[in-house]
Design a protein around this ligand. Sequence first.
Ligand SMILES: Cc1cc2nc3c(=O)[nH]c(=O)nc-3n(C[C@H](O)[C@H](O)[C@H](O)COP(=O)(O)OP(=O)(O)OC[C@H]3O[C@@H](n4cnc5c(N)ncnc54)[C@H](O)[C@@H]3O)c2cc1C
Length: 502
Amino acid sequence: MIFASAMRRQVIIIGAGAGGLAAAIRLSAAGFSVTLLERHGHAGGKMRRVQAGPAQISNGPTVLTWRHIAEDLLRQGGALPTDEPLFLPCERLARHAWLDGTQLDLFPDPDESRRAICDAFGQKEAEGFRRYCEAIHFMTDTLRDSFMLAPKPDPVSLARRMGLHNPAALLATRPFSRLASELRSFFNDPRLIQLFGRYATYVGSSPFLAPATLMVISRVEQEGVAIVRGGMPALAGALLAAAERLGTVFRPDTSVRCILTDGGRTTGVQLADGERLSADIVLFNGDAAALSASLLGSAVRKAAPPLPRNRRSLSAITLCAHAQTRGFPLDYHTVLFGNDYADEFNAVFQRRRITAEPTVYICAEDRAGGVPSEKERLFCLINAPADGDLKAPWFDADEYPGWLAGYLGRFGLEVEFSRGATVLTRPEEFAHDFPGAGGALYGAVNHGPFDSFRRPASRSPVRGLYLAGGSAHPGAGVPMALVSGMLAADAICQDTDRAAPG
Ligand SMILES: Cc1cc2nc3c(=O)[nH]c(=O)nc-3n(C[C@H](O)[C@H](O)[C@H](O)COP(=O)(O)OP(=O)(O)OC[C@H]3O[C@@H](n4cnc5c(N)ncnc54)[C@H](O)[C@@H]3O)c2cc1C
């Protein structure tokens, strides 16, 4: 046992992102005295809104998978709404379109998707999709409990968890082939390889460099995408309510300047205004790279590995707009693909800029309830290099909305962005709001067979300091960040001989 027993242990959680909120719920439920410190004025971290003219628009995650993880946490805190459901199922996973006019909708039901693929791309591709579904099903079943929901393994312990007697299972996770090349064994049409390769970007990586293991992400999506009533920030609000009901004390607008240590173990934190708060345990939910960059003081810089520029995951340029659209039939989730996918990632990861014809993801939030007849809320995202700590001479913020409107017009989508009702967020704003990684939104890239094992685990090398969030194991995305918070809370319970809540 690491800590002396009895009385309520003080835990300070730095950051009220998904990981911090999940940890707050579990630790409060386990009887810890939890204080949740957040430098912004709201809980949710990247789950946030911006004001674009008269409209509040989600400027962060929009695709919620594995909603049962969030539901379980809310239930634990007695904050799962019973009168009006918080989650609505998404009938279509997404609408996809290409510059040549091809369109393809994918559905949670693989048979429905297969029929759509058959109509748009022919029987052979539909058969490839059937084989692809089998492969991702098996792969996800293999990795769900051994990796995605479990404490961080190393390659040996992962093999042991999968069953050493079962090398077929390990090989079926395809860690040694690249996603884009593996997809060629299922599909011939480059547009389908582009579509299914795009899932690598959910963890901020390139499909041309990421291991084929990331095919699991498309299976997770097939298992269902939920629309959160009120957008993802409403989920953050509900998670905070659950934590507070269980006793968590939330302090917004409270920035932590450094993590205090004594004799190599944490003793508390010092706030930006100089106030000191003591705690037995500190859990850091910001980007782990902030620790190695000494942004939380030099005493804890060894708590996480450094994140060199070439290992930063994708950042983004987002445009939130309240605007009227015509032409192209937007869905709730729409993906518009450029012609040269390889160049999109070469541009971002090698040339450190955006390509001429980037893929645009659009979330049309108001379309959950049908097609709006007037102006609607739009969130448009393209991938960008995580160089928010540098000047980007190639980017002109004033020209971008006009350029984007022209580009969308090539897909048949007419939209006019008005200056007063648009909010642009670039890597430099992401870097400012979520410090430590130059605006990288998903921690380190996953570009090799062993990169998944390089993410920091819940327990840091500094005694009493734990990590949770999208830059830690098991990885980025709201459900995985929630899991990381739960794993960190369970590690704390274990290390203090306290039973983790069921
Ligand atoms: C534009 C965008 C689109 C995305 N799309 C999706 C999607 O569709 N689906 C999906 O699942 N995921 C998506 N993601 C990723 C997802 O949002 C993240 O992986 C997840 O929300 C990260 O949660 P986290 O626990 O790491 O905390 P974060 O959201 O990173 O929050 C960390 C918090 O810590 C606080 N903090 C940091 N340092 C300090 C300090 N010193 N003092 C006090 N507070 C501090 C920060 O202010 C912040 O609030 C998207 C992300 C972005 C930005």
